[in-house]
Design a protein around this ligand. Structure first.
Ligand code: SAM
Length: 292
């Protein structure tokens, strides 16, 4: 169906409360349930995700379907994965019942084979992921999507404001760390919207931001062994205040301090440099020198 004029959109407190009351729904803290109640924010997220009628969209954590409705109206097809079985009848029998281009899967996204979904619904071509997630699973979900080589066009995701900052920053700032480097190896991050806590029900304790991660077709740096590079990165940031020589040299058994000193010298980097000062390019170059 293409005429959505009579559909009750949920992006406001009145309609959201009406749905919750109809089903006697209680928010589950353990699932990080904070539902969007601002229609402008919902529309803006879908717009920034660049969703068109050619697109297949995977939505993670639809809640009562507030953003799912708008996704259905803009995408060719939507699959929404929701862990809470109490929300399934609300979605399928009520808030999404007028849309014929959506399927709801009651599952934990971390247990789902997303490659299979991309194959079945999008011929294995790059998909768009849109999500407003509980903050505690943000990192595993993003890294899972990247590392399992799901064909991805972009991931547009609501995260805690400071996590968005962490994903976007470069060396020399306090937020720079292993997450920044991991995200920036796979994608170009861009904060597209700041969302105050008042846009959610119930109101969370922190402000949020929507970040769009545009997946690179090829990584921006050449590295001989990704696994080794990420081990070096993780070891470098285990103790931020330590020099790389100590943090990496003492943590990774397969890298001797002598080899590390030599590699740093080759790259014209000081022996006392800390991981937080290195760019992704420098981590890649260091890895290539240390890889045997
Ligand atoms: N997208 C809705 C919105 O914006 O109003 C709901 C957002 S709420 C912050 C997060 C949603 O993700 C909840 O509906 C929650 O039940 C669901 N969720 C939490 N953990 C999940 C998981 N591991 N897999 C799938 N859904 C999950």
């Amino acid at each position: 169906m293409e005429n959505y004029d009579n559909i009750m959109h949920l992006g406001n407190p009145t309609n959201t409360i009406a749905v919750l009351n109809r089903y006697g729904f209680n928010f589950q803290k353990k699932f990080g349930q904070n539902f969007l109640i601002d229609e402008n924010v919902v529309n803006k997220i879908v717009r920034e995700a660049g969703v068109t009628k050619n697109d297949f969209v995977l939505e993670i954590g639809p809640g009562i379907g507030t953003m799912t409705q708008i996704l259905c109206e803009n995408a060719r097809e939507v699959v929404a994965v929701e862990i809470d079985n109490k929300l399934i009848p609300i979605l399928t029998k009520d808030t999404l019942r007028y849309y014929d281009n959506v399927s709801v899967i009651n599952e934990d996204i971390l247990k789902l084979d997303i490659n299979k979904i991309a194959k079945e619904h999008n011929d294995g071509k790059p998909i768009k992921v849109v999500a407003n997630l509980p903050y505690y699973i943000t990192t595993p979900i993003i890294m899972g999507l990247f590392e399992s080589n799901v064909p991805l066009d972009s991931v547009t995701i609501m995260v805690q404001k400071e996590v968005a900052d962490r994903m976007q920053v470069g060396p020399g700032t306090k937020d720079y760390g292993a997450l920044s480097l991991a995200v920036q190896y796979y994608a170009k991050p861009e904060i597209v919207l700041n969302v105050p806590a008042s846009c959610f029900m119930p109101k969370p304790n922190v402000d949020s931001a929507v970040i769009k991660l545009n997946r690179y077709q090829a990584p921006p740096v050449d590295v001989k062994n990704e696994h080794l590079m990420f081990n070096i990165i993780k070891a470098s940031f285990l103790q931020r205040r330590k020099t790389m020589l100590n943090s990496v040299g003492n943590t990774l058994n397969n890298i001797s301090k002598e080899d590390l000193k030599e590699a740093l010298r080759t790259l014209n980097l000081s022996e006392t440099i800390r991981g937080e000062a290195l760019t992704l390019e420098q981590f890649a170059a260091l890895t290539n020198l240390l890889y045997k």
